[in-house]
Design a protein around this ligand. Structure first.
Ligand SMILES: O=CC(=O)O
Length: 332
């Protein structure tokens, strides 16, 4: 009897790395989730998906089934051994619940770095130059009449909150614009890794930065790391850029401070309750807002898809996983 191929369940279709999908399909049985709700998925998992070995998911998977929380993980079949996330931020997955069920979780950190850092610089310069108001003005037929003046980056202090791959890539891009960089991170980095940025306490970073750019992952510890109290300690006229996760900042407190002028401008790619955005941010022309586009390029998405699929392929073939999430790595 022919041995059946191991099953990989795709929560989202692969749109870019199709040659890789074809290669994976040769060694695994590949199926895309058709359930349209969490309840329907819980039903389908007992029936048509009952023997899946790996899940491939993206940040869009939550739109149908919600978070991969403890309840969700507990409903997955015993055959399930791998959850392969296509993205750097895996806050939608309860890693502890996966650990308890002996399910390995992988993520895709490296492919997202350049695209996210590029977009951070776009938002940083755009917010400094008040480009949102300018874009609206030109379309309203007012050209530049009545527009506020922007600010130059030269000589300003950029505070990087979180110096992982993306934070460091932002520093590399920011220094040629004449910005001075400070950073706060759980641990101080070597000079080489710090890329020319100076390590400071969180309090100092908040008090001394003209621009604050957020690059920490979302976790219990970082949720609302920046709230009204922290904003009050920032320089009046500070600019905030966020391409990490919306919930790291208390969005309502940020909207208040923007309306009151304590914050001069924000450049945001991420929001606390995506796709919802605080009304006050939507109305404020000093808010340069884009819809979670950090990695939204053909090349980057293809690389993310490839890495997530390669992890799934390796998992089901019994090979070593490439990028297991740090919490699951053996402690050194
Ligand atoms: O938001 C994008 C990612 O986490 O990769």
């Amino acid at each position: 009897m022919p041995v059946s191929k191991p099953k990989i369940l795709f929560f989202n279709p692969v749109r870019h790395a199709t040659p890789k999908l074809e290669a994976v399909s040769r060694v695994a049985q590949v199926e895309v989730v058709s359930s349209r709700s969490r309840e329907e998925f819980f039903h389908d998992i007992q029936d048509k998906y009952q023997d899946i070995k790996a899940i491939y998911r993206t940040s869009a998977s939550g739109a149908v089934v919600g978070r991969f929380d403890e309840e969700f993980i507990s409903r997955l079949p015993p055959s399930l051994r791998f959850i392969c996330h296509n993205g750097a931020g895996y806050d939608q997955i309860d890693v502890d619940a996966c650990k308890a069920r002996n399910i390995a979780v992988t993520y895709a950190p490296d492919p997202v770095t350049n695209a996210t850092a590029d977009l951070t610089i776009f938002l940083l310069l755009g917010a400094l130059r008040q480009l949102n108001a300018a874009i609206f003005s030109v379309r309203r037929g007012c050209f530049k009449s009545g527009l506020d003046f922007g600010q130059d980056p030269q000589g300003k202090t950029l505070g990087i909150l979180g110096m992982g791959r993306i934070g460091r890539a932002v520093v590399r891009r920011a220094l040629p614009f004449g910005l001075k960089a400070l950073y706060f991170n759980r641990t101080q980095l070597s000079d080489e890794q710090a890329e020319g940025a100076t390590y400071v306490s969180l309090d100092r970073l908040l008090a001394e930065s003209d621009i604050i750019s957020i690059h920490v992952p979302l976790s219990q510890t970082t949720r609302h790391l920046i709230g009204a109290k922290e904003i009050a300690t920032m320089k009046p006229g500070v600019v905030i850029v966020n391409t990490a996760r919306g919930a790291i900042v208390d969005e309502s407190a940020m909207a208040d401070a923007l309306d009151q002028g304590q914050i001069a401008a924000v450049g945001l790619d991420v929001y606390e309750r995506e796709p919802l955005i605080d009304e006050r941010l939507l109305k404020n022309e000093r808010a340069l807002l884009i819809p979670h586009l950090g990695t939204h390029t053909t090349e980057t998405l293809a690389q993310m898809e490839e890495l997530a699929m390669e992890n799934a392929r390796r998992g089901v073939m019994g090979e070593e996983l490439l990028t297991i999430v740090p919490e699951m790595l053996p402690k050194s």
